[in-house]
Design a binder for this molecule. Sequence first.
Ligand SMILES: [Zn+2]
Length: 279
Amino acid sequence: MPELPEVETVCRGLKPALVGQEIVKADVRRKDLRRPFPRGLKACLESSRIAGVGRRAKYILVHLDNGFVLVIHLGMSGRIVFQPHSYKPQPHDHFILHLSGGQQVVLNDPRRFGLVDLVPAAELDSHQLFAHLGPEPLSDCFSGPVLAAALQGRKTAIKLAIMDQHIVVGVGNIYASEALFMAGIDPAMPAGEVETKKVEALAAAIKKVLQQAIRAGGSTLRDHRQTNGERGYFQHHFMVYDQEGAPCPRCRRAGRKKARIARIIQGGRSSFYCPRCQI
Ligand SMILES: [Zn+2]
């Protein structure tokens, strides 16, 4: 499933190709994905011009010059691919924008957990998709003190707390494990009991792992666009994620007796951590 860094990478790839383009034709090829395509979608999009491309959590926001925002979520399996003018739709191509420059922007989503919506720009923050969302982790709205305030008094495990979209958006399972390792925090510790200094370190670690992943993803988007293949978004080496049984990279560096990365299940998902240096 695409996580925040992959969606950010997609947005950065879309921006230069989309901004300033007129939507000549919007081809809505079925009536729904996870939920129905909004009414009037085609009419609203056609002959509008794309004014900007942004992101909120894992939603891609395409700002139109008519005051509406086209909202796209990639779900589990969605991909956005550029195709030439002559391209003929393939199976699972559900939504296609034909741009004035001749390119087609194709949303392909075999499992159809994705979503397309249309929201007036002025109502974006209060819309049901966005109203409950916490701060963007890479923005100045998210910091150690902000995170500390959100965690205060919480008994939920810290790993589950930082994956809670009300607290901070876009920290998925992989990045939660990695950030907790970086900050030296036991993923099972009750969120409200993590000491202030470690919460500061955790906020910084969340920013760092996401930025690293965005940098890693940037290079493979080009492959993605060139080949239109099924390649993963990026091949990233993780410190602890999916490393069960491997020697802990930090313990090893410190020259101490090797500890091995352990795996526990939290909220139905695997958490990976070093039992020695995450306390
Ligand atoms: Zn360790």
